[in-house]
Ligand binder design. Structure first.
Ligand code: SF4
Length: 379
């Protein structure tokens, strides 16, 4: 008997809605799988408060393969192997290979430790990895390493970018931004370009896990910072994705740039941006290291487990996922906002700061007109 049951396996290899508008009631655009929580770093903003020890309850290789089949089977195009340090798993290349064979675009986010070396990057490239993401939370070793909690991470990131170029793996840079490093963002953007990245994901801190000890950006700071990123996204030689700050779409629309500036450009990266707004439970889901399925890694609300239920069923039918896809459930300013269908605020931040996943996003400065919900703005 196989370990665990995966009811929605496989109709692998089906490409997801190529060229069509995705239906996020049916399948997410992106699934992140926390392949392990083990990590040698002690990042100040870690959601998972990771430890350098693998959990014996982690999904096995076989279960991981079936999960990848289930992701492909529901029509999702992209899976990212993440969290903790995926390089702690010796079967990572096997999983990448399996995901590729299932028809998925597969990314990975290795931690900047000595496990990340030229040989391992080449091995992941040979397995077919589509994109490798590195973290960069400061433009200088002192600032980046202070975030990561371990000296030397910055140098490993710079070296790993060169190994990725050598192995022809498109490079993504991930940056967590909060009040502590916001001033360094322009310098980080310059470094992202110099490193040859094709994709920059800027994540507005959600104060959860260890990140609760950092200072989040105020709504006014976030407004300025997102405005700068919207302008950058329209002209940068790399794609810019902004995570946990969907109000950048409102800002972009107010400036006449459309809801996703730069999304029409195609670089050498293989991941691409979703043509539709993606947020917790709406175009996105997170599978943790033991197989629990959450709307987001920052919205720890397990809706089922892939060992006992079908991933597609959990995503499509569970109460929390359905509720998060319904903009009419939003409250406060988000509930009466005309941008709620393209934005909706960060549900993860609302939950982290208020305990209510449908509350208004405290990091947004917009105050919609009072009264009944305004008509929804179109991108
Ligand atoms: S009020 Fe809420 S829905 Fe409106 S722009 Fe701000 S975060 Fe988005």
């Amino acid at each position: 008997m196989r370990e665990g049951r995966f009811a929605d396996e496989p109709s692998a290899g089906r490409a997801a809605h190529p060229g069509a508008t995705p239906d996020f009631d049916v399948a997410p655009f992106l699934v992140i799988w926390e392949v392990t929580r083990a990590c040698a770093l002690i990042c100040r903003h870690c959601r998972a408060s990771a430890e350098d020890r693998r959990d014996p309850r982690e999904l096995t290789t076989d279960e991981g393969r079936r999960l990848l089949d289930a992701v492909a089977g529901m029509g999702t195009p992209i899976v990212v192997l993440s969290d903790g340090d995926p390089l702690q798993r010796d079967d990572l290349e096997d999983l990448v290979c399996h995901g590729k064979a299932a028809g998925l675009r597969v990314g990975a986010i290795p931690a900047e430790t000595p496990r990340l070396n030229r040989e391992r990057v080449a091995s992941l490239a040979a397995a077919g990895l589509d994109q490798m993401a590195l973290s960069l939370d400061g433009a200088r070793p002192e600032t980046h390493d202070a975030f990561r909690g371990v000296a030397g991470c910055f140098d490993i990131a710079i070296a790993a970018a060169a190994w990725a170029r050598e192995a022809r793996v498109p490079l993504q840079i991930n940056t967590v931004v909060c009040a502590d490093n916001a001033a360094e963002l322009p310098a980080i953007a310059e470094l992202v370009e110099r490193m040859g990245a094709v994709f920059w994901e800027v994540f507005l801190l959600v104060p959860a896990g260890r990140g609760a000890l950092l200072s989040p950006c105020s709504a006014e700071q976030a407004e300025k910072l997102l405005g700068d990123l919207v302008e950058l996204a329209a002209r940068a030689p790399f794609l810019v994705k902004i995570a946990e700050a969907p109000h950048y779409r409102r800002i972009a629309m107010e400036r006449g740039l459309g809801a996703a500036p730069g999304a029409e450009r195609r670089g050498p990266g293989r991941m691409g941006l979703s043509p539709m707004p993606v947020s917790a439970g709406r175009g996105f889901c997170f599978v943790d290291h033991v197989g629990d399925v959450h709307p987001s890694g920052f919205l720890p609300w397990p809706a089922g487990n892939v060992r006992t239920g079908a991933l597609a069923d959990i995503y499509r039918h569970s109460g929390i996922f359905r509720a998060l896809r319904d903009a009419n459930r939003l409250r406060g300013r988000c509930g009466r906002c005309e941008f709620r269908a393209v934005c909706g605020g960060s549900r993860s931040r609302a939950y982290a700061l208020t305990g209510d996943p449908f509350a208004e996003d405290p990091a947004c400065a917009y105050d919609p007109p009072a009264g009944p919900s305004a008509p929804v703005a179109r991108p």
